[in-house]
Design a protein around this ligand. Structure first.
Ligand code: GLN
Length: 384
């Protein structure tokens, strides 16, 4: 099925490779690849999955995750906003009054975010950054020195952005340290498989599905995915949410990584870019995947409102066994089943509600059930 999706977009050769970084302009435009990782860590890849390319802006969500892990949300928000900019990724524009960049996924905001990472020199800071990118990917990654040199030589616009933020005070410390670390983070080599696993780590609440390692907290993963959903595709983010509905991040090398929360991490690669700097065929692949595989973020799902419920007879009454995910909306269903069970039982019979096997228990659901059962405390026992 994944191969079919690739074949569908293969003939579209519109767009062009990025030309403002000389080393990227030389890239072969032909490769096309797709990878996806599911909840149990199984990775599927099709197409040119062996090709390595630089991570570019797809590093930004993960450096943001690192900044959130090191400094917390409030500190990060003092340096950078979280509003979609509606502008190109390299726009020279900062928030009036504060001088903050619009969000951490455009260049200015990403440089400001990188400047927050601990480290007194480029090597130390980059070490931390490559370290976290490697944790997300589940293998040791490294920098492509030729792309780094090319970016550093041609990166005047990024340097200008950093100087502007430094002059407003929205960025502190050394401009050189910030931009050179940023250029190195953009020059880390990855494959589509790496992109899928990195996206998967965000999709599965901060735990790398292939290594089982917790890289960031569930809350940080959710924060990052939230910002990706509103800002990840630059000035195409709104239409992307409508058409594809997967929080995503693109890079000028032609990669896109996308997060289907609790379902899949996806990586795609095809170097020709559209006018927003997003991969043409990569976007096509993700649009197809979202449509054909039901992955749109706002697609309705039954499971949270329909927990697993089974009723078993015991010697002195019944046991109501709960499983799956028990959300607040699911509590209503549990209570209505309990109502039927209670009505059908003889006086004196006891009811045990066993919630010990619920995979994901939302506290508000349990509180609601406990409150209602409280009135029947003598007959109904809750195991949690
Ligand atoms: N390194 C690139 C830059 O700073 C990243 C931009 C991108 O991937 N959109 O211009």
């Amino acid at each position: 099925m994944l191969q079919d999706v690739l074949d569908d977009v293969r003939s579209d050769t519109s767009g062009a490779t990025a030309d403002y970084i000389p080393e990227l302009a030389r890239a072969d435009p032909a490769p096309l690849a797709l990878a996806a990782v599911g909840p149990r860590g199984r990775v599927f890849t099709v197409g040119d999955d062996h090709v390595e390319f630089t991570i570019q802006s797809m590093s930004k969500p993960f450096v943001l995750a690192l900044a959130l892990r090191e400094l917390g949300r409030e500190r990060v928000l003092r340096s950078v906003g979280v509003e979609p900019s509606g502008e190109p990724f390299n726009a020279i524009s900062l928030e009036a009054g504060t001088g903050r960049a619009a969000n951490p996924l455009v260049n200015a905001g990403a440089i400001a975010t990188t400047s927050l990472i601990a480290g007194t020199d480029v090597e130390e800071r980059t070490g931390r950054i490559v370290g976290v990118l490697s944790q997300f990917a589940g293998r040791s990654l490294w920098v492509d020195e030729a792309v780094y040199a090319s970016e550093s030589e041609s990166g005047h616009r990024n340097r200008a952005l950093a100087h502007l933020m430094r002059s407003y005070g929205s960025m502190q410390g050394s401009v050189d340290l910030a931009v050179e670390s940023y250029f190195r983070q953009c020059s880390v080599l990855v494959t589509v498989r790496d992109l899928a696993v990195m996206a998967g780590t965000l999709a599965f609440g901060g735990v790398n599905p292939t290594t089982g390692e917790r890289v960031v907290s569930e809350r940080i993963a959710r924060d990052v995915v939230s910002i990706m959903s509103s800002c990840g595709m630059y000035d195409f983010s709104g239409e992307w949410l409508l058409r594809v509905g997967l929080p995503a991040k693109s890079g000028v090398s032609g990669g896109i990584l996308a997060v289907a929360p609790s379902q899949y991490g996806v990586g795609v690669f095809s170097p020709r870019l559209d006018s927003h700097g997003n991969s043409v065929r990569g976007s096509g692949v993700l649009e197809r995947l979202s449509e054909d595989f039901g992955m749109h973020l706002l697609e309705p799902h039954e499971s949270i409102a329909e927990p697993g419920i089974s009723v078993e007879r015991t010697e002195d009454g019944v046991t109501v066994l709960l499983g799956g995910e028990l959300g607040f909306a699911g509590a209503e269903r549990v209570l209505s089943v309990l109502g039927e069970v209670v009505g059908a039982l003889p006086d004196g019979a006891t009811i045990t509600v066993d919630a010990r096997d619920v995979a994901r228990l939302h506290p508000a659901a349990l509180t609601a059930i406990r409150d209602v059962l409280g009135g029947d405390a003598g007959r109904i026992r809750l195991l949690e």
